[in-house]
Design a binder for this molecule. Structure first.
Ligand code: NAG
Ligand code: NAG
Ligand code: NAG
Ligand code: NAG
Ligand code: NAG
Ligand code: NAG
Ligand code: NAG
Ligand code: NAG
Ligand code: NAG
Length: 369
């Protein structure tokens, strides 16, 4: 360590011409490369020489990085920080790296990503590797904010594979209009909701393999169709269901063989009887089969209406028959009712006439007096 300090003092005296190398790192001026690999470093070392273009600080124990981590490194174009334990990336961490083109943060544990974490001056960043980098699903909204706020319009490649993204937030990639390659494999995706792929105007490759897609709904198919027509898609290793309900997807797949590069290899996972069958082959049988089944369902419905009509008709007939058998009793009861009505009516009529006779009321009043 004293050796290092001495060297630093000497260099300060001699000026920028003096090339140094941080402890526990290997520096090659000829190759413009500095490597600090698997050395248990807790932070980004200081004193990285200015000639460095390729900087590898991988397999260490770094947990936090911020703007002070990378100063005076104007020439760094490739930076790899993979296999650390980075959990927090501050805003403008990489802003000082004015030539940065490729940033590898794969295999970390990012839990807190500040809004402008990936901002780089002059929009020089071309490749961003965040494979297996997110700590858990809660980091996805941070990621979405930083992708929108970091001015990444010139980004060409983004690797988000092996993260538990679950559900892509709407317009996650809307500011990445220059993106050519997007890796979303093994990201626990079960659907592609509206606007999840919006804004990818120049996409050439999209990898959706090893996700949890059982089928693609009309919404998901619309998202895929919104991509540029030349974009190549990969869908292998998803647990596709080859059952009725998947006809639209099957028909789309049959018509998209040119775009879905692994279309021939897609295999059914459900139902059990169809496991490992080719989705494309199953699609041929699916469509007429499901149509017949839908037609069968219609026929069954019609049959049940006819049956209901017959039952109701029979009940009606039984009712009429019972009425017919009881016709005498019913007739008697109707006559009784008529007689009862007549008696009530006549009684009422009589009372009314009595009440309305003035003489009678006079008699009653004089009697009271
Ligand atoms: C970057 O590289 C150029 C040319 O190799 C060199 O002149 C310059 O000093 C370097 N920058 C730093 C900060 O060392
Ligand atoms: C630097 O990154 C570019 C991609 O931007 C890549 O083609 C090149 O091989 C990388 N160089 C090194 C030394 O890793
Ligand atoms: C980056 O931008 C600065 C001004 O912010 C400018 O001086 C510099 O020349 C630019 N560098 C490149 C490589 O475009
Ligand atoms: C990202 O990093 C992982 C592991 O470090 C690597 O396997 C993968 O190829 C990288 N992605 C790209 C697009 O280079
Ligand atoms: C993600 O990790 C953080 C920190 O440990 C925790 O608070 C949060 O609940 C986790 N989120 C999920 C979805 O597991
Ligand atoms: C998928 O990603 C998880 C981490 O999210 C990892 O543990 C698993 O090995 C990956 N699976 C494959 C097939 O790469
Ligand atoms: C998705 O978009 C379609 C048409 O644009 C709309 O009918 C549907 O309701 C939307 N779905 C959701 C979940 O917003
Ligand atoms: C499905 O195919 C794979 C290889 O393609 C094989 O390993 C597996 O045993 C097959 N499963 C069934 C149920 O046939
Ligand atoms: C698949 O597409 C071809 C034309 O490319 C068509 O002839 C065939 O009928 C389609 N199959 C199904 C099941 O839709």
């Amino acid at each position: 360590m004293r050796d290092w300090t001495l060297r630093l003092v000497l260099c300060a005296l001699l000026g920028a011409a003096c090339a140094t190398c941080p402890p526990r790192c290997e520096c090659s001026e000829a190759a413009h490369t500095v490597k600090c690999v698997g050395k248990d470093l807790r932070s980004v070392p200081s004193g990285i020489p200015g000639y460095t273009r390729n900087l590898f600080i991988t397999g260490n124990q770094i947990s936090r990085i911020g703007p002070e981590s990378f100063k005076g490194l104007d020439n760094v174009t490739n930076l790899s920080l993979s296999n650390n334990r980075i959990s927090e990336v501050e805003s403008h961490t990489f802003s000082g790296l004015r030539s940065l083109r490729s940033l590898d943060l794969s295999n970390n544990q990012l839990a807190v990503i500040h809004p402008e974490a990936f901002s780089v001056q002059n929009q020089t960043l071309r490749e961003l590797n965040l494979s297996r980098a997110l700590y858990n699903y809660s980091s996805v909204s941070d990621l979405a904010t930083s992708l929108r706020w970091s001015s990444l319009g010139s980004l060409r490649g983004l690797d988000l594979s092996h993260n538990s993204l679950v559900l892509l937030p709407p317009r996650l990639f809307s500011r990445l209009s220059g993106l050519r390659r997007l890796q979303l494999s093994n990201a626990s995706l079960a659907a592609l909701p509206n606007s999840s792929l919006a804004g990818l105007e120049r996409l050439e490759e999209l990898d959706l393999s090893l996700n949890a897609l059982r089928t693609l709904s009309a919404e998901g198919l619309r998202e895929l169709d919104s991509l540029p027509p030349q974009a190549a898609l990969r869908l292998g290793g998803n647990p596709f269901a080859c059952a009725c309900g998947a006809e639209a997807f099957a028909a789309w797949l049959n018509g998209s063989r040119g775009r879905v590069r692994d279309a021939e290899g897609l295999a059914c996972a459900f139902p059990a009887a169809m496991r490992n069958a080719s989705v494309l082959a199953a699609a041929g049988a699916l469509t007429p089969g499901c149509r017949r089944r839908a037609a069968g369902a219609d026929l069954a419905l019609q049959t049940s209406y006819v049956f209901l009509g017959v039952v109701l008709g029979f009940v009606g007939l039984v009712f009429l028959f019972v009425l017919y058998l009881n016709r005498k009793g019913i007739k008697k009861r109707v006559y009784d009712l008529r007689d009862a009505c007549r008696e009530v009516w006549e009684g009422y009529h009589y009372r009314f006439e009595a009440d309305s006779d003035p003489r009678l009321s006079q008699v009653s009043t004089s009697a009271d007096a």
